[in-house]
Design a protein around this ligand. Structure first.
Ligand code: KMH
Ligand code: ZN
Length: 270
């Protein structure tokens, strides 16, 4: 079977230190967390920037510092967020793409997001896709619900997105698709045949969906952005602890882990 690419979603925009005391916030903390996750088996880190007080920001300079802090400690693919936080403008959200990171996220539609609305106007999505193409950044297409995958497939046919595409199936956001095996199997059935995919199960859905993805030949995203617990009622001690568990499961299930360089080949990153 193909090698498993583990992504560590280290920080996100919503989780607080009150919810998870080990949440990495500063660029240095994010760099240290990335190195721990790389040592545990991650090939990609998905990063969000924060101000020192924890406020989410899309400031290009903070992202530049994060990339520097990660790269000086380890070789992982740095995937910046263009989702940012609910309420940010499209211009703000696109800012880190101009740093030409290896990857960036591209959300494929609007979704209710807990008590908020995560807005993704089609015109903004097109601007993001063009921006990533112009800067040579590989998009990871974020799919929160079925219509978003239908949209991505239409855009791939129209040439607004490049094939082969890489998808992140984000399951379990309140407002999006459920974090169930049935939801994952349905989305998987709608993917283009040449696509690669990872699954980001939210909360309690993280471990079961990750395990299913290992078996199905998909890839896995874990980390505090999506889930702060190791098991019910027990907080994870670090992002790396969550990565290490996936690495152990993969070994038991016969999937070798991809290095960052192997992931670059799989994802077509030059
Ligand atoms: N923070 C969410 C509203 C992404 O990184 O691209 C959006 C998000 C998706 O986290
Ligand atoms: Zn994110």
């Amino acid at each position: 079977m193909n090698k498993l690419i583990i992504t560590a979603a280290l920080t996100g925009a919503e989780v607080t230190r009150a919810q998870q005391p080990a949440l990495p916030i500063t660029p240095e903390e994010i760099g240290i967390a990335a190195a721990e996750c790389a040592a545990a088996g991650a090939a990609i880190v998905h990063v969000h920037a924060r101000l020192p007080d924890g406020t989410p920001t899309q400031d290009k300079e903070v992202y530049r510092q994060i990339i520097t802090e990660v790269k000086k400690r380890c070789d992982v693919i740095v995937q910046v967020s263009t989702g940012g936080a609910v309420g940010m403008t499209a211009t703000e959200r696109l800012a880190p793409v101009t740093l030409k990171p290896e990857m960036a996220t591209l959300s494929m539609g609007t979704v209710n997001f807990g008590g908020d609305v995560f807005m993704n106007h089609p015109a903004d999505m097109e601007t993001f896709a063009q921006g990533m193409r112009a800067h040579g950044v590989k998009p990871e297409l974020e799919i929160f619900d079925t219509g978003m995958l239908t949209t991505a497939n239409r855009w791939l046919k129209k040439g607004l997105l490049d094939s082969p595409a890489h998808f992140d199936l984000v399951l379990g956001i309140p407002g999006g698709m459920a974090g169930t095996p049935e939801a994952l199997m349905y989305l998987r059935s709608q993917l283009p045949p040449d696509a690669t995919w990872t699954v980001a199960g939210i909360g309690a859905a993280q471990l079961p969906l990750a395990t299913l993805a290992i078996v199905l030949g998909g890839h896995v995203r874990v980390g505090f952005e999506d889930n702060v617990y190791y098991r019910k009622g027990e907080l994870a001690s670090s992002n790396a602890q969550l990565v290490a568990r996936i690495a152990r499961l993969a070994q038991e299930l016969g999937r070798d882990l991809a290095t960052a360089d192997e992931a670059r080949v799989t994802l077509g990153i030059k």
